[in-house]
Design a protein around this ligand. Structure first.
Ligand SMILES: [Zn+2]
Ligand SMILES: [Zn+2]
Length: 150
């Protein structure tokens, strides 16, 4: 074997070893890159899934509250001296159990006509979408009936 042939042989062996290991390295790099992208995408998904989506307004779970717009859209009255309530109810607010007095702001849940102090029911409806007295959902009666049957 001449020295030239030896060099060629060594070169070929080196290349035949280098090429697969380079390919391997490229593969690993691609994989890591893809993993990073996937992880980033998952993080984005997790971040967006915690935000309220449009669909969550339509399919409101009994444990979740209402958004401000919905709460503000319910009828609100200021009590006069006659203390005449616009809906059903006794003379006390069922949430704080304090008697209504003149000039109190009262909010009416439209589906069941129950009345509460505005500040009391607003806080409640932010946490739960159901009426604190009759547990009717102001949003959807049918949804509630379905839950009752379960
Ligand atoms: Zn109250
Ligand atoms: Zn009610």
């Amino acid at each position: 074997m001449t020295s030239r042939e030896t060099i060629v042989l060594v070169l070929m062996v080196t290349i035949s070893l280098l090429v697969p290991s380079l390919l391997c390295l490229i593969c690993i790099a691609c994989r890591l890159h893809l993993d990073a992208i996937r992880r980033r995408r998952l993080q984005v998904l997790e971040a967006t899934s915690t935000l309220p989506r449009e669909s969550s307004v339509i399919v409101t779970l009994p444990t979740s509250g209402l958004d401000d717009c919905t709460i503000q859209s319910y009828q609100k009255v200021v009590l006069g001296e006659s203390l005449r309530l616009p809906g059903l109810n006794a003379l006390t607010c069922p949430i704080c159990l304090v008697e209504y007095s003149a000039e109190d702001s009262i909010r009416l849940i439209p589906m069941c006509q129950h009345c509460f102090h505005v500040q009391c029911v607003d806080e409640w409806l932010k946490m739960k979408s159901t009426c604190p007295v009759c547990r009717n959902s102001p949003l959807d009666h049918h949804e509630n009936e379905k839950l009752d049957q379960l």
